[in-house]
Design a protein around this ligand. Structure first.
Ligand code: DON
Length: 315
């Protein structure tokens, strides 16, 4: 057995053990149901993948299970908006500060002057970022986002789930309010309904935990293609998005997560979490049973165990 294969077996054995030690936690959470289509997820599902640039290894768990990116897409649209416009334009519309508020909170928008969302990882900030994506129509912008995610994952077949996108679009009153508020205050321009269409489709891009691990790897290695290793974005953009993952990636749980885990990561209410361990690994996790802050319960615990086992904390 080659050294590579030995390492692979070792990871697989460790991952299996960690999944069996953590999967009981699914009992203590709930799948998201404020987007009705997400309520159909199986709360007991757990899947995890690690990509190190050569090998992808899987735990037991359904690594073929597709799930939607939801808030994980915020990291990727931020990178694309930065490629499209550069830092000055993007950060004229959205701030760089963490918030102790939930991801969909509206309260700070009213008290901040100017009324700029605090960061691109909360919904208000992500809407402001998505509004910046270049393209002549919703379709053109969505195609650009999809092509970008296909490159980052090395999976040219990735697409979005129309049922989940529609389900969110039909029930997105809170995000609609945020977007109209932002338009009133000059943070975004143009048709709010079209923005909501693009945002909900971006959130509904479907991946497996393997795709996520590869995207995590790309970010971990400064934005290179996970297979060809060709650069996809400037190093500084990858650095910047990873910094947001550390300070705001797990919302109002980001502080504790930085202490316990210390891996740049981003969660989504579908139960996905992406991890990018600089110059080492990409991690993709799926487990849709969430805690009250909207983070995957098993996902957080698995990352904590992985971080301890392989000393992955960046701090
Ligand atoms: O905008 C929303 O509410 C969802 N499309 C995404 C929220 C989300 O994933 C928050 N993450 N933990």
């Amino acid at each position: 057995m080659s050294e590579d294969q030995q390492l692979l077996c070792k990871y697989e054995e460790d991952l299996r053990k960690m999944v069996s030690e953590t999967k009981e936690l699914t009992k203590f959470g709930q799948v998201a149901d404020y987007i009705p289509a997400l309520a159909e997820a199986d709360p007991d599902d757990v899947a995890v993948a690690i990509y190190d640039g050569r090998n992808t290894c899987f735990s037991e768990g359904n690594d073929e299970q597709l799930f939607t990116l939801q808030s994980i897409s915020k990291v990727l649209t931020l990178a694309l908006a930065l490629i499209d416009h550069g830092e000055e334009t993007v950060f004229a519309k959205v701030g760089m500060e963490p918030t102790g508020d939930p991801f969909n909170s509206i309260s700070k928008l009213e008290t901040q002057v100017p009324s700029k969302p605090l960061n691109p990882m909360i919904n208000a900030g992500a809407l402001a970022v998505t509004a910046l994506i270049k393209g002549g129509s919703v379709d053109e912008k969505l195609t650009r986002i999809l092509e970008f995610v296909r490159l980052l994952s090395g999976n040219s077949a990735l697409t979005y789930n129309d049922k989940v996108a529609r389900s969110e679009w039909e029930s997105a009153d809170l995000n609609r309010s945020l977007a109209y508020f932002l338009r009133q205050h000059g943070i975004i321009e143009g048709d709010v309904e079209k923005l909501l269409e693009l945002y909900t489709k971006q959130c509904a891009i479907e991946v497996t935990c393997r795709d996520l691990a590869k995207i995590g790897y790309s970010l971990a290695y400064d934005g290179i293609h996970p297979d060809t290793k060709e650069p996809i974005m400037e190093r500084d953009i990858a650095r910047l998005v990873k910094t947001f993952m550390v300070t705001c990636g797990m919302y109002n749980a980001s502080g504790e997560f930085a202490i316990r885990v210390g891996i740049p990561a981003k969660s989504g209410v579908s139960g996905g979490i992406i991890g990018a361990v600089p110059y080492r690994l990409g991690i993709g996790i799926y487990s849709p049973s969430l805690d009250d802050k909207g983070n995957s319960l098993v996902g957080m615990k698995l990352l904590e165990k992985l971080s301890k086992k392989y000393q992955l904390s960046i701090f």
